[in-house]
Design a protein around this ligand. Structure first.
Ligand code: CA
Length: 230
């Protein structure tokens, strides 16, 4: 089932534009033009949104207040929230993130940028619910942090395990060097990419015969292909 995104926005043009673009990406959407309505929709049983796009400037209950209320309710406290805000001061952004929003985007925003943020958040949601990668030869247990090749445990360092986790969670997709540095080393990492290549080389060596599941995409990065359907 596709993700359902709740759009909380009182400006009709913006709300409809968001709906159009999200539905084109095959997401299901609903629009709430006030905080009160949004709260009602978000709390509906069996129709919990995967993500909420929340305009901060709303008539009646403010976006900030709505965000607080959502964070208090057990069924909505973990729903990712991306704030849409015309306010662009650092203090505003920080107060929004403090009350539990996951990300914010400043108006006017490009649809392309918004969709990229939406996809990034939902990808994280999807990957958090997955506890294990498994194919004919490789098993990676994300909870116990253990990896196996043909039933034999492969002893990995934390970084190697984090790399393997990212690669397996993105099976068949190209992970660029920048993706890997951002996700495994963190945004603050500015070192050169040779560190990454060294880690990949060691990871492949440790995986032995399973090492060939990690392909090099020349000039771009790496791709985990696994052993399914081979
Ligand atoms: Ca508004």
């Amino acid at each position: 089932m596709s993700h359902y995104i709740l759009i909380v926005e009182d400006e009709e043009d913006i709300a409809e534009n968001l709906r159009y673009n999200l539905e084109r990406e095959r997401y299901r959407t609903r629009i709430a033009q006030s905080g009160e309505k949004a709260l009602r929709l978000a709390l509906e049983k069996k129709r919990t949104p995967s993500l909420i796009l929340l305009d901060l400037m709303l008539p009646g209950m403010s976006g900030i207040e709505l965000c607080r209320r959502l964070r208090r309710e057990p069924t909505t406290k973990d729903i990712p929230i991306i704030m849409l805000t015309a306010k662009a001061t650092e203090a505003d952004k920080i107060s929004g993130l403090d009350i539990g929003a996951d990300d914010y985007i400043t108006k006017p925003f490009s649809v392309k940028e918004l969709l990229a943020r939406v996809k990034a958040v939902l990808r994280r949601v999807d990957s958090e619910t997955v506890q294990k990668y498994e194919d004919d030869r490789i098993t990676v247990d994300f909870i116990d942090m253990r990896a196996f090749c043909s039933g034999e445990e492969v002893k990995l360092t934390r970084k190697e395990f984090a790399l393997l986790t990212y690669l397996t969670k993105n099976t068949s997709r190209v992970a660029t060097r920048q993706n890997l540095l951002d996700n495994v080393w963190g945004y603050s990492y500015f070192g050169d990419t040779r560190t990454l290549d060294v880690h990949i080389r060691r990871l492949r060596q440790k995986l032995g015969e399973c090492g060939k599941s990690i392909e090099t995409v020349v000039g771009v990065g790496y791709r985990f292909v696994g052993f399914k359907n081979k």
